[in-house]
Design a binder for this molecule. Structure first.
Ligand SMILES: *[C@@H]1O[C@H](CO)[C@@H](O)[C@H](O)[C@H]1NC(C)=O
Ligand SMILES: *[C@@H]1O[C@H](CO)[C@@H](O)[C@H](O)[C@H]1NC(C)=O
Ligand SMILES: *[C@@H]1O[C@H](CO)[C@@H](O)[C@H](O)[C@H]1NC(C)=O
Ligand SMILES: *[C@@H]1O[C@H](CO)[C@@H](O)[C@H](O)[C@H]1NC(C)=O
Ligand SMILES: *[C@@H]1O[C@H](CO)[C@@H](O)[C@H](O)[C@H]1NC(C)=O
Ligand SMILES: *[C@@H]1O[C@H](CO)[C@@H](O)[C@H](O)[C@H]1NC(C)=O
Ligand SMILES: *[C@@H]1O[C@H](CO)[C@@H](O)[C@H](O)[C@H]1NC(C)=O
Ligand SMILES: *[C@@H]1O[C@H](CO)[C@@H](O)[C@H](O)[C@H]1NC(C)=O
Ligand SMILES: *[C@@H]1O[C@H](CO)[C@@H](O)[C@H](O)[C@H]1NC(C)=O
Ligand SMILES: *[C@@H]1O[C@H](CO)[C@@H](O)[C@H](O)[C@H]1NC(C)=O
Ligand SMILES: *[C@@H]1O[C@H](CO)[C@@H](O)[C@H](O)[C@H]1NC(C)=O
Length: 710
C-alpha cells in the first residue's frame, strides 16, 4: 500500500516536473484542451484568432479534434498509429514526426490547401506506397520530410512520381533513399523543387548507383545531399544537368573511392557548383587511392569555393592537382586524412601563380578516439617525414616528371636549397595536429603573404634549419612537438616574428648549450615568447638580449634554479611567468633589475609553486618580495620550501610583514649565528667521519689487492 502511494506521489511529481520543464521553454504558451487532450497553445502573432498547438510528448495514440482556428500543430513524439480525424483546413504546419504511423488510409491530408510544412519523419511509412490522391490538395506544401521511415531495406522501391507531381510548391524534400531510387517524369512539374536530402546520416539510405538520368527531371536542384547511401557507382556526368546546383554532398559513400571522382565531377562545369563535399569516400581497409589531376579538371572553370576531402585515405595525390582549381576556392579541407606519403604535403604548395584569396588550409588530423568513426584505418602512418626531403634528393626522375616549379632546388646565396613556393595570398597555414613527423632541415619558403603558421601538436622532433624566407611570419606555434633540439640558426631569419609559442617541448638542453644567446639573436620583433614546459635548467644571461619589444615571457613549468637573464632592455615587459620552477630565491642582481622594471612597466611576475627558501640567508629576498608583493601574482599563496629553517607566513600582508620582522630578529641574534656555526661544525664533523671511513676502506682494499697479486 505504502509502495503504491509513494509510486503515485512519484508519478505525480514527475508529471508536474515534466509539465514545468515542458513549459519552461515555452513562454506565453497556455494549456488548452482539444476534447480530452490537454496541449499547450499560443495565439498567432498579429492574427489573434489563430492558434498554435503543441501536443507533443503526450503519449497520444490518435489525433485529437482541433478547433478550426488552429493553424500550427506539433504532434511529434506520440504513439499515433493512424489518423482518425481530419486536420483543420487552414493548418500551415503539421509535425507528425516520431509516431507509429504505418499506413495512411483515406486521404488524411485532404483539404489542407494551406499546408506548407509536413513532417512525417520517424514513422513506419512505406513511402513507395503513396496511393493515388494521397497528396491531392497539398498545393502549398513547400517542405516534406519523410526520413527514417522504411523499417526494412526495399530493393525495388520506386516513387509514385505522379502523386509527387501534385506538390506544386514543393521546395525541399527530405526522404529515405530506397532501392532503385528514381525521380520520374512527374518531378519535372515541380518548378520550385530546389533541395533534395536523402542522406543516410539522418535517415535510411541505400541505393547502389546514381544513373545518368536519375536527376533528369529535377533540373532545378540547388542543394543535393546523397551522403551515406552505400552508393557503389555514379555514372559519368550524373549531376551535369543540374544547372543551378550549388551544393553537392557525396560524402561517406565509402565504396565510391577516388576512382569515381572523374565521373562525379564530370560536367560540374555546367552547374553552379560552390561546395563539393567528398568526405570519407575512400576509406575501406586495405584500399587507398590516388587523386589524379584529371579527376578535378571539370572544376577548373567553375566558381567553386569549398572542397572537402576530409576523412579519406589517400595513397598519393598527383602533383599539380590543386593547380587546376579555380581562383574562387577559399577552403580546401583535408583534415583527418590518412596519407601514405609525404609527397602529398608538397601539393599544398601548388597554388603557385594563382590568385587565391585568403585561403587557409586545414590539415586536421584524425583524433585517435574518433579515428574509426567511419572508416577502418589500418595503422598509423606519419604524414610528412624526412623521407620527403630525401625524395627530393634522390628521386630526380620523378621530380622532373612532375616538372613542377612550386618546389625546386634553387640557388640561394651560393647554395642550392629546396624551395617551396606558396601562393601570394596564403595568409595562414594550419598544419597543427597533422601527424607531421621528422626533423626540420634547411629549406626555403617563398611565401610573401604568409603571416601565421600553426605546426603545434605534431612530432617535429628536431629543428635544424635554418628556414629561409620566413621574415614576414608573425605568429608561429610550434608547441607540443617532442622537440629536443633547436639549432642556433633555426630562427636566423625570423626577424618579423611577434608571437612564438614553443611550449611543451624539451628544449632545455639546447638552451643550456647556447651560452652566447645565439638561438634568439635575430628574433628582434618578439613580443610574446612561450617556453613553458621545456625542461629548462639554465638560461644564459644573454639569451634574450635582442628582444627589446618583449611584453610577455612564459617560463612556467621548467627546472630553473636561478633567474639571471638580462632584461633591462625590455621596456614593455609586463608579464613573466616563473611558476613551477625550482627557484628558492631571486638573486640580488635580478632583484635590482626587476625593481627598475616595476617602476617603468606594470610588470607582474607569476611565482607560485616555487620552493622559496625561508632561512636567514634569504631574508633579503623575503623582505623584498613582501615589499613588492603587488607585482607578484598570488603572493598570498606562496609557500616556504621543506628545507626552510624558518617559518614565513605569506597568507596576508600583516603576517608577511610580521614574518619579516621576526625572522630579522632571530637571524640577527647571536643564537642564530651560534646555531649556524653549530650546524656548520656538525656538517664538518660528519664529513670527516665519512672521509675517514672511505680512507680506511681504501687501505683495506689495497691490502687485499696486494695479497691477491702475490
Ligand atoms: C478558437 O476556436 C475555439 C472553438 O471554436 C474557441 O473556443 C477559441 O476561443 C478560439 N480561439 C481563439 C484564440 O480565437
Ligand atoms: C481560413 O482562412 C481563410 C482565409 O484566410 C478564411 O477566410 C477562413 O475563414 C479560414 N477558415 C477558418 C475555419 O478559420
Ligand atoms: C512498400 O510498398 C511497395 C509498393 O507498394 C511494396 O512493394 C513493398 O513490399 C512495401 N514494403 C513494405 C515493407 O511494406
Ligand atoms: C533507419 O534510420 C533510423 C534513424 O536514422 C535508424 O535508427 C534505423 O536503424 C535505420 N534502419 C535501417 C534499416 O537502416
Ligand atoms: C563512370 O561512368 C561510366 C558510364 O557513364 C561507367 O561505365 C563507369 O563504370 C563509371 N566509373 C566508375 C568508377 O564508377
Ligand atoms: C567543361 O570542362 C570540359 C573539360 O575541361 C571542357 O571540355 C568543356 O568545354 C567545359 N564546358 C563548359 C560548359 O565550360
Ligand atoms: C582572411 O579571412 C579571415 C576569416 O574569414 C579574416 O578574419 C581575415 O581578416 C582575412 N585576412 C585577409 C588578409 O583578408
Ligand atoms: C589548429 O590550430 C588552430 C589555431 O590555433 C585552431 O583553431 C584549430 O582548432 C587547430 N586544429 C586542431 C585540429 O587542433
Ligand atoms: C598553440 O598550440 C598549443 C598546443 O596545442 C595550444 O594549446 C595553443 O592554444 C596554441 N596557441 C595558439 C595561439 O595557436
Ligand atoms: C631534463 O633535462 C635534464 C638535464 O638536461 C635531463 O637529465 C632530463 O632527462 C630531462 N628530462 C626530461 C623529461 O627530458
Ligand atoms: C601552500 O600553502 C597553502 C596554505 O597556505 C596550502 O594550502 C598549499 O597546499 C600549499 N602548497 C604547496 C604546494 O605546498
Amino acid at each position: 500500500m505504502a509502495f503504491f502511494i509513494s509510486s503515485i506521489v512519484q508519478i505525480t511529481v514527475l508529471y508536474f516536473g515534466l509539465l514545468i520543464t515542458a513549459s519552461l521553454g515555452k513562454e506565453n504558451w497556455d494549456t488548452c484542451h482539444f476534447g480530452s487532450v490537454k496541449c499547450l497553445c499560443q495565439k498567432g502573432k498579429g492574427q489573434t484568432n489563430l492558434l498554435k498547438a503543441d501536443c507533443s510528448n503526450r503519449g497520444l495514440r490518435s489525433v485529437p479534434v482541433f478547433s478550426s482556428n488552429v493553424t500550427w500543430i506539433d504532434l511529434s513524439n506520440n504513439r499515433i498509429y493512424w489518423i482518425n480525424n481530419w486536420f483543420p483546413s487552414n493548418v500551415t504546419y503539421l509535425d507528425l514526426s516520431r509516431n507509429s504511423l504505418y499506413r495512411l488510409y483515406g486521404h488524411p491530408f485532404r483539404g489542407l490547401y494551406n499546408l506548407k510544412t509536413l513532417n512525417l519523419e520517424r514513422n513506419q511509412l512505406n513511402q513507395t506506397y503513396f496511393y493515388e490522391g494521397f497528396f491531392d490538395d497539398l498545393h502549398s506544401l513547400t517542405e516534406l520530410n519523410l526520413k527514417s521511415n522504411i523499417p526494412t531495406y526495399i530493393p525495388h522501391g520506386y516513387l509514385n512520381d505522379k502523386e509527387y507531381s501534385k506538390l506544386k510548391s514543393l521546395q525541399t524534400l527530405k526522404m529515405d533513399g530506397i532501392g532503385s531510387l528514381t525521380f520520374g517524369k512527374g518531378f519535372g512539374r515541380l518548378e520550385k523543387f530546389q533541395k533534395l536530402d536523402v542522406s543516410g546520416k539522418t535517415g535510411n539510405c541505400s541505393f547502389e548507383r546514381i544513373s545518368k538520368d536519375m536527376f533528369l527531371y529535377t533540373p532545378r536542384l540547388v542543394y543535393l545531399d546523397v551522403s551515406a547511401c552505400n552508393i557503389l557507382e555514379i555514372e559519368e556526368g550524373a549531376f551535369g544537368n543540374l544547372k543551378y546546383l550549388e551544393h553537392l554532398d557525396v560524402s561517406f559513400n565509402q565504396h565510391l573511392g577516388f576512382w569515381s571522382l572523374p565521373n562525379i565531377t564530370h560536367d560540374l562545369n555546367k552547374t553552379s557548383i560552390k561546395t563539393f563535399l567528398a568526405k570519407g569516400i575512400n576509406c575501406l581497409a586495405g584500399m587507398s587511392g590516388t587523386i589524379l589531376k584529371h579527376s578535378l579538371q571539370y572544376l577548373q572553370n567553375t566558381k567553386i569555393s569549398e572542397i572537402n576531402f576530409e576523412k579519406n585515405k589517400l595513397e598519393h595525390f598527383e602533383l599539380g592537382l590543386l593547380r587546376v582549381l579555380p581562383d574562387t576556392l577559399t577552403t580546401i579541407s583535408m583534415g583527418e586524412m590518412e596519407l601514405a606519403q609525404g609527397i602529398f604535403v608538397t601539393d599544398y604548395f601548388l597554388f603557385q601563380n594563382r590568385q587565391f584569396y585568403n585561403i587557409s588550409l586545414q590539415m586536421r588530423s584524425i583524433p585517435y578516439q574518433t579515428f574509426d568513426s567511419h572508416c577502418k584505418h589500418d595503422r598509423y602512418r606519419p604524414r610528412m617525414s624526412i623521407e620527403y626531403f630525401n625524395w627530393l634528393e634522390y628521386d630526380n626522375e620523378q621530380r622532373e616528371a612532375s616538372s613542377s616549379t612550386f618546389i625546386s632546388r634553387k640557388k640561394w646565396n651560393d647554395q642550392f636549397l629546396v624551395t617551396f613556393e606558396f601562393p601570394k595570398t596564403l595568409n595562414v597555414f594550419h598544419g597543427n595536429m597533422s601527424r607531421l613527423y621528422g626533423d626540420i632541415p634547411e629549406f626555403k619558403i617563398n611565401a610573401p603573404g604568409l603571416r601565421e603558421i600553426y605546426m603545434q601538436d605534431n612530432l617535429l622532433y628536431s629543428w635544424d634549419g635554418p628556414v629561409h624566407g620566413i621574415e614576414n611570419i608573425e605568429i608561429a606555434n610550434l608547441s607540443n612537438n617532442f622537440c629536443s633540439h633547436i639549432s642556433k640558426s633555426f630562427l636566423e631569419h625570423a626577424r618579423g616574428l611577434r608571437i612564438l609559442l614553443m611550449s611543451k617541448n624539451n628544449l632545455g638542453r639546447s638552451l643550456l648549450n647556447d651560452v652566447g644567446g645565439e638561438i634568439f639573436r635575430n628574433t628582434v620583433s618578439l613580443e610574446f615568447l612561450d617556453l613553458s614546459d621545456n625542461n629548462i635548467t639554465v638560461l644564459s644571461a644573454h639569451m634574450f638580449n635582442n628582444m627589446n619589444q618583449l611584453r610577455a615571457l612564459n617560463l612556467r613549468k621548467n627546472q630553473l634554479l636561478t633567474v639571471n637573464v638580462k632584461m633591462k632592455h625590455m621596456r614593455n615587459i609586463n608579464y613573466i611567468n616563473l611558476e613551477q620552477n625550482r627557484l628558492a630565491t631571486i638573486e640580488s642582481e635580478s632583484r635590482t633589475l626587476f625593481k627598475r622594471l616595476f617602476q617603468t612597466s606594470k610588470l607582474v611576475i607569476y611565482f607560485s609553486e616555487n620552493p622559496i627558501l625561508c632561512s636567514c640567508d634569504n631574508i633579503d629576498f623575503l623582505e623584498w618580495i613582501t615589499i613588492n608583493r603587488l607585482h607578484f601574482q598570488d603572493f598570498f599563496h606562496y609557500n616556504c620550501s621543506f628545507s626552510s629553517s624558518h617559518e614565513f607566513n605569506f597568507m596576508s600582508v600583516m603576517s608577511a610583514k610580521a614574518s619579516v620582522t621576526s625572522m630579522k630578529e632571530t637571524c640577527k641574534s647571536s643564537i642564530g649565528i651560534y646555531m649556524y656555526i653549530a650546524i656548520a661544525t656538525g656538517v664538518l664533523f660528519l664529513l670527516s667521519i665519512v672521509v675517514g671511513i672511505v680512507l680506511v676502506k681504501k687501505i683495506k682494499c689495497n691490502n687485499r689487492n696486494a695479497e691477491t697479486s702475490v
